[in-house]
Design a protein around this ligand. Structure first.
Ligand code: GLN
Length: 195
């Protein structure tokens, strides 16, 4: 079946299969990204949670760090994926995070994230999660936990400090798909032909 978009999931380490499963449930085509060439023809990319130091090390080894910096489409970064995108790593998102900064006694927990535009809270799974320490002025806060931003958008980047792929609630992925849809619909005929 021809799907309206193809989204890549960075599959170096971490929860990439879980993201792929959610995206497939939402009826988009998914492919795993392990090498720079795997980004060709993708409309968007997901960088999953896992261990940011491992993800960064492997990305540098395969030349994916530069390839991701040059990638033009929207990116969803969750947990370690958010860390990898911050100013101190790939420097694509205008924010700085502190690693492993939630719940000093309990490293992992579940809690309701308050969304700015939806009265229904979103259950967030936080696993040794990063906390946003600095946020650029144009970054939009979409969800908070106890007042702290945990779901933000910086232009085409959507970043969550929790794991939306580990619950049945698909609202974060759906929000990401609407970002992708805006781009795909805005494509010029020339861009469509050159793909
Ligand atoms: N603590 C991890 C890191 O620093 C992130 C944890 C996660 O992605 N669940 O990379």
């Amino acid at each position: 079946m021809e799907r309206w978009t193809r989204i890549g999931v960075l599959a170096l380490q971490g929860a990439f299969r879980e993201h792929a499963r959610v995206l497939e449930r939402l009826d988009v085509a998914v492919s795993e990204v392990r090498l720079p060439g795997d980004l060709d023809g993708l409309d968007a990319l997901v960088i999953p949670g896992g261990e940011s130091t491992t993800i960064m090390r492997l990305a540098e080894l395969y030349g994916l760090d530069e390839a991701i910096r040059a990638f033009a489409g929207p990116i969803l970064g969750t947990c370690a994926g958010m860390i990898v995108l911050d100013r101190e790593h790939l420097d694509l998102a205008d924010l700085v995070v502190e690693r492993n900064a939630y719940g000093r006694q309990v490293a992992s927990f579940e809690a309701d994230v308050e969304l700015v535009d939806d009265p229904r809270p979103l259950r967030g799974v936080f696993i040794r999660a990063p906390r946003i320490r600095e946020l650029g002025p144009q970054v939009e806060v979409l969800g908070r936990l106890d007042g702290d931003p945990v779901l933000v958008r910086d232009g085409p980047l959507l970043l969550a400090s929790f794991h939306p792929e580990l619950t049945d609630d698909t609202r974060v992925h759906e929000r990401f798909l609407s970002l992708v849809r805006e781009r795909v619909v805005a494509r010029t005929p020339e861009e469509v032909r050159s793909r």
